[in-house]
Design a protein around this ligand. Structure first.
Ligand code: TSB
Ligand code: ZN
Length: 587
């Protein structure tokens, strides 16, 4: 009896299920040829050459049905060991298997597994009978290039998952469904936040009117917060000369993440991947006394990075991003205070947003691998200790990651996990001792001597792109009132009878500065309500005869079934309270 509690057995079950799927596919597509079918985190997949055929949504159910049949057939799964020659002979019609066998050397034991009419080359181990493979589901399919090389043939990849019991399978499918519902790409579509067009390009999202409104709210919020915390905003171009990036060192160390250079007249330019060099030059533009420091330049800035096409994902990893960036120029004796200031700013912003689920990673150098880092032992030891002291002093829980520091200094990254399990950095604070040197920055100290400042790079929201991706998932799309692109949706029960009153309410809310939509279309009430629910608009106002007669409004808050009737003035007060308290509706 197999103990399914053990991961190994689950692995074996999933692997056997991949064979079961291959057997079913072979029954339905007799010319199918199989490449590899590994077990992966989400279950298993198999890469299949179907000739001219392409898998479509309906085919998954058909294949599943055939798998059920193969399972019920209760065939023994029989292992047989082969010499290389025997294996080559057995699979002589199958170029994929020959490719695999050719690469095996003499020490490898070559084995194949047979279940009824189906034999596959496989190391095993497997379940002993197909009847043991019962609780499975084919999840999704995609194209996958043979050996991952885009110049090769595109194979059909089918993903599935298998469990020892129906209950475990059901739980897993439920989790997958919840994950899908929370995926920012789905919410972003429902809420009309952004779209992607192949004609524009991968990783280059287009922000729709509602998405742009959300961005504007975030920009205003963070800019105001920064200005009140002593930052000065600057505006710099999204490209710069190649020489600028040669001076900064990005050309040597970051080129593979940049779009290629372009030549105009006799000059070469690049789309910028970061804003630091521009900000260094603004600092270098003046003479600075030690008394002026710290100087904090901030910018809501567009950057461009080459991210691999397989890595780009909705808004969370893009090729054109908008950083909520700043570079702080300070004296070495101000590092601690400035670092603490940024940490506190992050905490304040997270508190406003209601974000509690994150991890802080303090990335340090590996002292045994000094080659990898800017060479100044004393500086590293001092800086790392100072960062630790600040974090401890603020009672921040963090973990240390040795060897994860940047070349130019230690950093603190705030990490979050997305709905589909990606671990990403949201906020970051990075100490830098090198760029000031590259740009020969200095300030004048109390003795009239020129001294190098230290730079702190920091992003609080990270990029607006990644932040919105994260926050849509964090709130499940129920954006708080202060950020919601549309705050109130007004729905008259009958346009002819209640439309005029609805207009009045609309005007009054607009006057008060709220973002309101009036749904005066000739659609059924139920239809309008359903649409508003999908869009997760924080407040729905339903206005019928009762409301007209009493000069009242009936509201329903997003995610709630309850309808509450109050006077219009009370409703305005409620909205003001929600904005002021930054109330979250999903918690
Ligand atoms: C903070 N020069 C620093 C800056 O001064 C910098 O660029 N740091 S960074 O490379 O870590 O990027 C800042 C933030 O941008 C990251 O913390 C992350 O939240 C976000 N980010 C990075 N790459 C992407 C991307 N491809 N798509 C969306 N957001 C990204
Ligand atoms: Zn920077």
């Amino acid at each position: 009896m197999v103990n399914f509690k053990e991961e190994e057995s689950l692995h074996m079950l999933n692997h056997s299920c991949a064979h079961l799927m291959a057997q079913a596919v072979k029954h339905l597509y007799p010319n199918a040829k199989f490449w590899v079918g590994p077990v992966v985190e989400e279950g298993f997949y198999y890469d299949i050459d179907l000739g001219e055929d392409v898998i479509k949504e309906d085919d998954l159910a058909r294949i599943e049905k055939e798998m059920k049949k193969c399972s019920k057939d209760a065939k023994h799964i029989i292992r047989k060991e082969l010499t290389k020659d025997e294996a080559l002979n057995l699979f002589k019609e199958d170029s994929y298997k020959i490719d695999l066998i050719e690469r095996m050397d003499e020490e490898n034991v070559i084995s194949c597994y047979t279940q009824g009419d189906f034999t596959d080359l496989c190391r095993g181990p497997h379940m002993s009978n197909t009847k043991e493979i019962k609780y499975f589901k084919l999840i999704k399919f995609s194209g996958a290039y043979f050996k991952g090389d885009s110049s090769n043939k595109m194979l059909q990849r089918i993903y599935g998952v298998c469990f020892p019991t129906q209950e475990e399978l059901d739980n897993h499918l439920k989790e997958l469904e919840e994950m899908k519902m929370r995926d920012h790409r789905k919410i972003g579509k429902d809420l009309e936040i952004f779209m992607i067009s192949d004609l524009v390009g991968k990783g280059l999202p287009l922000w729709l009117p509602k998405g742009s409104e959300l961005r504007r709210r975030l920009e205003r919020y963070i800019t105001d917060k920064e200005i009140s915390s002593g930052y000065q905003h600057v505006t710099t171009p999204s490209l710069g000369s190649v020489n600028l990036y040669k001076t900064s060192g990005h050309w040597d160390h970051y080129k593979e993440n940049m779009f290629p250079k372009m030549k105009i007249d006799e000059e070469e330019f690049v789309l910028r991947p970061m804003n630091c060099p521009h900000h260094m030059l603004i600092f270098a533009n003046g003479i600075h006394s030690y008394k002026e420091l710290p100087i904090r330049y901030a910018e809501i800035a567009n950057d461009f990075r080459y991210e691999e096409s397989g890595a780009v994902c909705g808004l969370e990893r893009v090729r054109c991003m908008t950083q909520n960036d700043s570079h702080i120029f300070c004296r070495p004796d101000q590092i601690k205070e400035e670092f603490a200031g940024v940490v506190k700013l992050i905490l304040a912003v997270y508190q406003d947003m209601g974000i509690t689920d994150y991890t802080c990673r303090l990335s340090l150098r590996d002292p045994l691998d000094k080659e990898k880092y800017y060479d100044d032992d004393e500086m590293w030891i001092k800086a790392e200790n100072e960062l630790r002291e600040v974090l401890n002093g603020l009672h921040i829980t963090y973990f240390e990651a040795t060897g994860e520091a940047a070349f130019y200094g230690p950093k603190l990254d705030v990490e979050i996990k997305t709905a589909i399990g990606h671990e990403l950095t949201l906020s970051t604070i990075q100490l830098d001792f090198l760029l000031p040197q590259k740009f020969e920055l200095s300030y004048v100290d109390e003795n009239g001597e020129k001294v190098r400042p230290v730079v702190i790079h920091r992003a609080i929201l990270g990029t607006l792109d990644r932040f919105v991706a994260f926050y849509l998932e964090e709130t499940k799309g129920y954006l708080p009132l202060w950020l919601a692109p549309i705050q109130v949706q007004i729905i008259p029960v009958h346009k002819e009878y209640h439309g005029i009153y609805a207009e009045e309410v609309y005007k009054r809310l607009k006057e008060k500065g709220f973002r309101v939509e009036l749904d005066n279309r000739n659609e059924k009430l139920g239809y309008k309500l359903r649409e508003s629910v999908i869009k997760k608009i924080p407040y729905m106002l339903i206005l019928g005869q009762n409301e007209v007669d009493n000069h009242s409004v009936s509201y329903r808050r997003a995610g709630s079934e309850e309808t509450i009737t109050v006077s219009l003035e009370e409703f305005i007060e409620l909205l003001n309270q929600d904005v002021q308290n930054k109330v979250r509706y999903d918690k």
